[in-house]
Ligand binder design. Structure first.
Ligand code: SF4
Length: 429
């Protein structure tokens, strides 16, 4: 008979993650004064609950299902499973472990996977090669990039994990949403056959409704960021990305945003900036730098630079309609999936991205953009120059481009990145 520890050992990186989160929380709780970095303390509290619950479920013997970050975990709530976000897990561990997850990138490189592929997937791929994750199935849409499509077959062909691939078109039109809606439903039915469970659409509906509850709160926080100074600390962006990925469809996500809204309103009333004085307002139109999230605090406190938002914090979709027909519900799920951060930008032509950036620069009175040109994202390599020209012509503000791997400090070190940002900041003051 399989014992509980053996079952929990199907998700060893989650056990490591839980320990790291608890240690970080204890440190934050004992060292930092109250309300010093509210997003960190509030987010850690709910993340710990979420990871604990998932380890518990693994111990109960529920199937471990890996999913791409853009196949939102609340869609898997129609099953009793342990959802593991491949990209989210790689990057949260790269942020929290002292040496990141570089050991696992190297394992994959030695195995033969190219060095320039996306570290968001390579981390968990290496952990699977090292037998730390044992997936029962994986579900991944055919998007947003060549990396995804070139990396996921590893799980099927090397790790022998059954895989479901809902097909996602790259044109964002009504007919595509209808097509992808059918693909999501079929994908969940196929996944059910693999893990021996029938999808429960009522349970799915319940979790979609929970997720709907946080949309207006997120929008209210987004609106508050138009204020000068920005009433939300930079770290909020990093924590919100984790909350969006790990707690979709969960009450903890709703509570996190409710508590953060209170904190933002409080700062707004007092015109309080997290770093003391806001000198520069900046937009990261793409990703933050996950291997060292300390950058968020450094920018706030040392340079007085607010990160108004990053890619995970300016994409919002309408709530999913759950009370009409199942077809309407899946249509909205498809729309949400295709407009998810990074899917929206990387699976379509870039005109909308450029328009959004120009409009946000004006509306939020941004002084500059910092574009993290991640080595994995080949599809976005040409966009930076077009964005630079559009922002210069339409708003007169500059763009700093950082060449890096957002999950691996060995490509561009944090010292080099901080030096570049410091020099750039001097040109703005
Ligand atoms: S779009 Fe870029 S960051 Fe996102 S999964 Fe693909 S390569 Fe990685």
């Amino acid at each position: 008979m399989v014992n509980r520890t053996e079952l929990e050992n199907k998700v060893i990186p989650y056990k490591i993650l839980l320990e790291t989160l608890q240690n970080t929380y204890d440190l934050v709780d004992s060292i930092l004064l109250d309300n010093t970095i509210p997003s960190l303390k509030i987010g850690l509290k709910y993340l710990i609950q979420n990871i604990e619950a998932n380890i518990e479920k693994a111990g109960d013997g529920l199937p471990v299902v890996g999913h791409h970050f853009a196949f939102q975990s609340e869609y898997l709530d129609c099953f009793d499973v342990v959802p593991i976000c491949i990209e989210g897990t790689s990057y949260i561990l790269s942020a929290l472990l002292p040496d990141g997850v570089e050991k696992y990138y190297d394992l994959m490189r030695n195995w033969g996977h190219p060095f320039h592929t996306c570290s968001s997937q390579k981390g968990v791929m290496g952990m699977t090669l090292d037998d730390l994750f044992r997936f029962d199935a994986i579900i991944c849409p055919t998007a947003p990039c060549d990396n995804t499509m070139a990396s996921y077959p590893y799980f099927k062909y090397q790790a022998d994990v059954p895989m479901v691939l809902p097909d996602m078109p790259f044109i964002h039109k009504e007919k595509s949403f209808k097509y992808y809606a059918k693909q999501i439903k079929k994908g969940l039915e196929d996944l059910g056959k693999i893990i021996g469970q029938k999808p429960d659409w009522d349970e799915l509906k319940k979790h979609l409704e929970i997720d709907n509850k946080s949309i207006n709160t997120q929008l209210e926080i987004f609106e508050l960021k138009k204020a000068i100074p920005c009433p939300v600390e930079n770290f909020y962006n990093a924590m919100s990305a984790a909350v969006t990925i790990f707690m979709a469809g969960k009450e903890e996500k709703v509570k996190y945003y409710d508590e953060m809204l209170e904190s933002a309103k409080n700062n707004y009333r007092k015109k309080k900036h997290h770093g003391g004085e806001e000198k520069i307002r900046c937009i990261f139109p793409y990703m933050l730098i996950f291997f060292d999230l300390g950058l968020c605090e450094w920018l706030d406190r040392e340079l007085g630079m607010s990160i108004l938002f990053d890619i995970f914090n300016y994409n919002f979709t309408k709530p999913i309609r759950t009370t009409d027909s199942l077809d309407t519900m899946f249509y909205d799920m498809a729309r949400k999936g295709m407009e998810f951060p990074m899917m929206k930008q990387s699976t379509d032509f870039y005109y909308n991205f450029i328009d959004d950036c120009v409009n946000m620069a004006k509306e939020f009175k941004s002084d500059c953009f910092i574009f993290t040109m991640h080595i994995g994202c080949k599809q976005f390599g040409s966009v930076v120059q077009v964005l630079r020209e559009a922002l210069r012509d339409e708003t007169g503000i500059p763009v700093l481009m950082l060449d890096l791997d957002v999950g691996d400090k060995r490509m561009t070190s944090m010292k080099v990145l901080r030096d570049k940002i410091s020099l750039f900041a001097q040109t703005l003051l």
